[in-house]
Design a protein around this ligand. Structure first.
Ligand code: PMP
Ligand code: GLU
Length: 400
């Protein structure tokens, strides 16, 4: 028998869709995947070289649990350069991806029954990680008509004596929202007033196409004192496989998270850490180049989605996801592989329909907190975006 916590655990659906598309392709089915939330670019050469050099130098041993000093210093320099934030190396923790930073955070902050406010739609892992440590995730809706901007009034209304922290993710996965500075500031004030932690997941910072990325920690010392800033090398430097993410925050919290990590994984890969030093300290021009490319693809896919009957999509301002509203397809029918007539209801039906009838993989919005939507990652080529949209168009045209 497994532990009770496994009874409710939903495995990561973003990773599951990616795996399913890969398995279908291996079986000879030609699937176009909009599932994977990872850049299709290769890691820049200068970063790979830094890893090779680290190997040659023999940097192959355990490091400090919280990461080598050189990398923690590089993170401090990045936070100063890009966000105007002052942190010392003892206020920084390097982990095995930002996902791991987040798990260290819930372990260090949540007692069983403590509530974590999660603006919805949300990235799939926030609620599941909270549940794994006995916490209670509380989804707080945002509105499509505001471009899914943060809603400070709803967040205020959701605070209870059990609330411990608010997760802020801007640019947002899955909606692509870049939260307005005004809404962020109001939520920062709420956190100070009610003594809450702010967890600011800024993993898509480098992919901000409209508006301006503002780190909530920059709203003053009393806000910074209760904020954990989280970022990663995965997206900006196309380093998803290297597994380097980081958090910066008050010393006591970072120390607690480091203690958790010391009993779970120890340090992240020494070689990947040296590569990350180069990623953060070296010339940043390829970051802007990749971002420019994503910006172009964003327009291409959103325009294509809005041209599909029954589908609408607000223009995302950042990250590399389109969160398409497919509620206009509800009630339409199609013949599935078993030869039975299936009726489209929520996002899981639409996802199954697109995979079978269009051989296009998307992620159901249900897992992100909205059953009216599906998520498409446009971190893929123009050709595949064009071909995928054409297939979706043909399948939708054939619906009864
Ligand atoms: N936060 C968000 C919003 C994400 O989409 C992801 C997935 N890449 C992560 C954190 C974790 O990224 P990683 O573990 O690769 O650093
Ligand atoms: N974060 C990416 C996504 O949402 C990668 C997969 C994952 O870590 O969930 O697709």
């Amino acid at each position: 028998m497994l532990a009770d916590r496994l009874k409710t655990l939903a495995p990561s659906s973003t990773l599951a869709v990616q795996a399913k598309a890969k398995a279908l392709r291996a079986a000879g089915v030609d699937v176009i995947s909009f599932g994977a939330g990872e850049p299709d670019f290769d890691t820049p050469e200068r970063i790979k070289q830094a890893a090779i050099e680290a190997l040659r130098r023999g940097q192959t041993k355990y490091t400090e649990v919280g990461g080598i000093l050189e990398l923690r210093r590089a993170v401090c320099a990045k936070l100063k350069r890009d966000n105007g934030l002052d942190y010392g190396p003892d206020e920084v923790l390097i982990s095995c991806g930002a996902k791991h930073t987040l798990f260290n955070m819930v372990t260090a902050l949540l007692n069983p029954g403590d509530e974590l406010l999660v603006p919805s739609p949300f990235w799939v892992s926030y609620p599941e990680q909270a549940r794994l440590v006995g916490g209670v995730p509380v989804a707080v809706a945002t509105e499509e008509r505001t471009g899914f901007d943060l809603d400070p009034d709803r967040l205020r209304a959701a605070v209870t004596p059990r609330t411990r922290a608010i997760v802020l993710n801007s640019p947002n996965n899955p909606t692509g929202a870049v939260f307005s500075p005004d809404a962020l500031e109001r939520v920062a004030r709420l956190a100070v007033e009610r003594g809450l932690w702010l967890v600011s997941d800024e993993c898509y910072e480098a992919l901000t196409f409209e508006g301006r990325h503002v780190s909530v920690a920059s709203f003053g010392p009393e806000v910074k004192a209760r904020t954990l800033v989280i970022n990663t090398c995965s997206k900006a430097y196309a380093m998803t496989g290297w597994r380097i993410g980081y958090g910066a925050g008050p010393r006591e919290l970072v120390r607690a998270m480091t203690d958790v990590q010391s009993q779970v994984t120890s340090n992240p890969s020494s070689i990947a850490q040296w590569a990350a030093v180069e990623a953060l300290n070296g010339p940043q021009d390829e970051v802007a180049k990749m971002a420019g490319e994503f910006d172009r693809r964003r327009r291409l896919i959103v325009q294509g989605l809005n041209a599909l009957p029954g589908v609408s999509c607000v223009m995302p301002k950042g990250a590399f996801y389109a969160f398409a509203n497919v509620s206009g397809l509800r009630g339409r029918t199609w013949q599935n592989a078993e030869g039975t007539t299936a009726t489209l209801g929520g996002s899981v039906d639409v996802t199954a329909f697109l995979l079978e009838a269009a051989r296009v993989a998307v992620v159901p919005g249900l897992d992100f907190g909205s059953d009216a939507h599906v998520r498409l990652s446009y971190a893929t080529s123009d050709r595949l975006i064009g071909e995928g949209l054409a297939r979706m168009g043909a399948a939708i045209a054939a619906l009864a």
